[in-house]
Unconditional design. Structure first.
Length: 387
């Protein structure tokens, strides 16, 4: 059940990391008012036909003894809050920046990462001219203007969302990898310093990116007013982590300040800071057990060539309870979410592995390895926000 990614498009990962990890101050170059000139193309938006963020959620639950059962779930007809989702690198277009055509890859990743949140929020997801897989394979061709083009479209979509759709509702921002990079910038410059906007923030779920805090602290660094989430009922806070199944190497792309292909924030400071890790499985005072939900082959067919292995059940989803635990670790200046296989004797379920190598860890499944925990967290935060 290895999911979400493949080796081909990451061929030049190390070189791209050098280009993107701190050398380009993306947000600082945004011209005043430039974002408002763009028109948003929505990948997901309430009321859209064939919205991938409201795709079916029926799940095959696979128990340790191999027994399967079917779990039903549905979208909330009147969700109390919104979610604003920014997807990771998936575009297969052969340009540096993708155009805004909705290709099967964007549809598939929205279903795989964002659709389960529709149980508790209205999901808005903009298309943006992200750096494509081609750009990652040709890092020397990526310029500051290319990075700015991607961010500026996300900023424009956020402003469009606030002006036309928000109407004072609470909102969770969700992003992974390149999407996390976009949100680090967005929260830092548009939400964190603005009390009137910050009061709308239910939480920020920023995965596979490097949110920075002072060592041992929960706030400061990337954000001055948005702290790490410390309970399931805390709002206005951030959940951030990168997952590994073993101790990351010193040249890791994630979890280490000043590195990582998904940072894109212009942050170069490494002294006295660390990358934030928040364990979503521990926020309710639980045992740290993860609740993974993986999309099956029928959901991610458009990305099948990028997947090492996906479940093949008839339902669009598969869940594997009591298979993983997690805890945040910090060693040698590296912070990460340590994912442990806790299968007991006789459990034959396959486990995820670091298919891209140890510098990437479990980056490809950062979202899905804890998707059940994250959805439950949003549900708890929504209730707390409304009171």
């Amino acid at each position: 059940m290895r999911a979400l990614g493949g080796t081909g498009r990451w061929a030049a990962a190390a070189a791209l990391a050098a280009v993107l990890a701190g050398s380009v101050p993306v947000v600082g170059a945004v011209p005043a008012g430039a974002a408002s000139e763009a028109s948003t193309v929505w990948l997901c938006r309430p009321g859209m036909a064939d919205d991938p963020c409201t795709a079916p959620l029926t799940t095959t639950v696979v128990a340790a003894d191999g027994h399967t059962s079917v779990q039903k779930a549905s979208d909330n007809a009147k969700p109390p809050i919104d979610c604003f989702y920014v997807y990771p690198t998936v575009s297969k277009q052969t340009t540096i920046n993708a155009n805004l055509a909705i290709d099967p890859q964007e549809t598939a990743v929205a279903r795989a990462q964002a659709s389960r949140f529709s149980q508790d929020c209205r999901v808005y997801a903009p298309m943006y001219p992200q750096l494509t897989s081609y750009a990652i394979e040709h890092p020397t061709m990526v310029s500051a203007a290319d990075l700015l083009k991607a961010y500026d479209a996300v900023l424009a979509a956020w402003q469009d969302y606030l002006a036309r759709y928000n109407k004072g509702r609470g909102v969770v921002v969700i992003g992974h990898s390149q999407g996390a990079a976009m949100l680090i910038n967005l929260v830092k410059h548009e939400i964190d310093p603005n009390p009137s906007v910050r009061k709308l923030l239910v939480s920020a779920i920023i995965l596979g990116g490097n949110v920075i805090v002072p060592i041992g602290k929960t706030v400061g660094g990337s954000f001055q007013n948005v702290p790490a989430c410390q309970s399931a009922t805390q709002t206005g806070c951030v959940v951030a982590y990168s997952s590994f199944d073993q101790t990351p190497p010193t040249d890791t792309l994630f979890g280490k300040a000043g590195t990582g292909v998904s940072e894109l924030t212009g942050t170069s400071t490494t002294t006295g800071v660390q990358v934030l890790c928040v364990n979503p499985a521990a926020l309710s005072g639980g045992s740290g057990t993860l609740e993974p939900y993986f999309p099956t082959a029928k959901v991610v067919a458009a990305l099948s060539s990028d997947f090492s292995q996906v479940p093949s059940y008839a339902t669009p989803w598969a869940a594997y309870p009591d298979l993983y635990s997690a805890e945040c670790e910090y060693q040698n200046g590296i912070s990460w979410l340590q994912v442990n296989d806790v299968a007991k004797a006789g459990d034959t379920r396959a486990v995820v592995t670091e298919t891209l190598g140890p510098t990437w860890g479990l980056h490809l499944v950062d979202v899905n390895i804890a998707l059940g925990n994250l959805v439950s967290l949003v549900r708890s935060e929504a209730l707390a926000y409304g009171h």
